[in-house]
Design a protein around this ligand. Structure first.
Ligand code: BYC
Length: 474
């Protein structure tokens, strides 16, 4: 079914044929717009932004680019096309036709997964809401706004599922999604990383590289779900998500490129000198990386989790690449390696594979994120600079699971409280690092101009030149 923009809420789910649902969503829409006005990007409401909007759900040519005022963005409900033959590929229901409705016995777990996914979307918009005031260019500002409106759409995607399939409970959850606030003491967002601050653009690029990539992996696991509407919803979200990670990877890459340019020009690797020259030294970039990586891998949950086992066995959440595995897709007897501490050091133990599914997804995620760090290192190598960025050990700085509370160095050594305290400043971005980065964040908002600490992009958006007026202020 094609997307219809004639309806108040654009959709490809034939919303017009379900008056009750349509009314419920039209009731939620002004609440969402009020949340956007209060918590969406600050100072953005009257600008015309060169944004992409989904006009189809087919991978070729799904997006249309034009100037839009963000409060007028057409947030809608888009599911990837149905495959009438689809079956459940894993767990106790393996081989049965995929569910078009929620099986009663899995209702609570499914709701919990959808709510957790939905909660991250507005959270990230809240975390990023001040960044527009310090954009390094119009190109970057436009990318920030694109990411923000699409996170808003991803919230719509989850709210549709809640309201369509979970009745009154779903409506209450949809309201609660607009009430929690990132970082709020009394009513915070559900997952840790979404209550952290994203105070500057280096943090934003790290977040979109690392944390949006958690989105990719969780969405890929949910795209395997036996609950077909969830699988189809997340498949389309993944098409939008790719750009968010690109913003992160290319953003960090451009920061590194600029730093290396100044290092080569002034023949120095002295962080203080480089800071005085107005660029972000590589050790600071490494400390930001360590923070964002460790906070993000916590998002996969505890290493050994009975929830994860239940989600899998009941067909709600599969593995990344489920159909590519040649095992039994039941995992009742399989084992999976997990870390544990013995005699003062980390060693690899084994846990039932079913219970270790969070750990497996975390490991898949780590492989994927390491690859991009390798691409950043290529930029450094090309400049002839002997420095290599690395991702910290997966046990470093963990707050979730059995590794939480242990003091582990970036290289995976179990260290004393004293060593942790002494070295923390070398491992994680300090208040001084953040204050320095913040000091660079001035607003650059003229077409074609870029802040001193970041290189212009090699490719702008939709084949537009770098000096295109990506945002017009009115
Ligand atoms: N922070 O048994 P466990 C995205 C809780 S990102 C705080 O391991 P489970 C995006 C856990 O809830 C993708 N609490 O849990 C990116 C549980 O609580 P209860 C988001 C945490 O259920 C950028 C307890 O600890 N999508 O899309 O196996 C921008 C025991 O843990 C955390 C999803 O996450 C944490 N980090 O796993 C915008 C997919 N981790 O029961 C968007 C849906 C765990 O004791 N979510 N806890 O109260 C899930 O699949 C699961 O909820 C999780 C947790 C994998 C997150």
């Amino acid at each position: 079914m094609n997307i219809t923009y004639a309806d108040k809420i654009p959709n490809n789910v034939d919303l017009g044929s379900d008056r009750v649902l349509q009314r419920a969503l039209e009731h939620w829409q002004p609440e969402f717009l009020k949340w956007w006005a209060d918590m969406g990007p600050e100072g953005s409401h009257t600008a015309d932004v060169y944004l992409r909007t989904a006009v189809s759900v087919h991978p070729s040519g799904w997006a249309h680019f034009d100037y839009v005022k963000m409060p007028d963005y057409r947030w809608g409900i888009f599911l990837s096309p149905a495959d009438g033959e689809r079956r459940i590929n894993f767990g106790d229901h393996k081989g049965e036709p995929a569910w078009q409705d929620v099986p009663g016995e899995h209702r609570a777990n499914l709701r919990r997964i959808i709510v957790t996914q939905g909660d991250t979307e507005p959270a990230s918009v809240e975390q990023q809401r001040h960044l527009g005031l310090t954009c390094p260019s119009l190109y970057d500002l436009r990318n920030l706004f694109q990411v923000n409106v699409e996170e808003g759409r991803h919230l719509w995607a989850m709210v549709y599922l809640l309201q369509r399939y979970f009745g009154r409970d779903g409506r209450e959850e949809a309201e609660a999604l607009l009430q929690r606030r990132s970082g709020d003491q009394d009513n915070p967002r559900i997952l840790g990383a979404f209550n952290e601050k994203t105070p500057d653009w280096l943090a934003f690029f790290m977040f979109t590289y690392f944390t949006d990539r958690d989105g990719k992996f969780q969405l890929l696991a949910l795209a395997e779900s036996g609950f077909d509407p969830l699988a189809r919803t997340t498949r389309f979200m993944l098409m939008e998500e790719a750009h968010h990670m690109y913003v992160g990877e290319s953003g960090v890459g451009r920061v590194i490129h600029r730093t290396c340019e100044i290092m080569a020009l002034h023949k120095t690797d002295d962080p203080a000198r480089l800071r005085a020259l107005g660029v972000i030294d590589l050790p600071t970039i490494q400390r930001y990386l360590n923070f964002h990586f460790s906070v993000t891998i916590d998002l996969f949950g505890a290493d050994v989790s009975s929830n994860a086992a239940t989600f899998y066995s009941s067909g709600l959440k599969g593995r990344y690449g489920e159909t590519t595995f040649s095992d039994d897709h039941l995992l009742r007897d399989a084992l999976y390696p997990v870390l544990q501490v013995a005699d003062g050091h980390l060693e690899i133990g084994e846990a039932p594979a079913l219970n270790a599914l969070n750990e497996k997804l975390r490991d898949d995620y780590i492989k994927d994120s390491v690859a991009g760090v390798g691409r950043w290192n290529r930029i450094i190598r090309k400049s002839g600079i002997p420095f290599e960025l690395t991702v910290p050990h997966k046990a470093f700085n963990r707050k979730i699971g059995p590794l939480a509370g242990l003091k582990i160095a970036t290289d995976g050594r179990v260290v004393s409280e004293a060593e942790w305290t002494a070295k923390q400043r070398e491992w994680l971005a300090t208040d001084e690092d953040r204050a320095f980065v913040a000091s660079l964040m001035g607003r650059v908002a003229a077409p074609g101009a870029y802040a001193n600490w970041i290189s212009p992009p090699t490719l702008a958006i939709n084949k537009q030149p770098n000096d295109f007026e990506f945002v017009r202020f009115n």
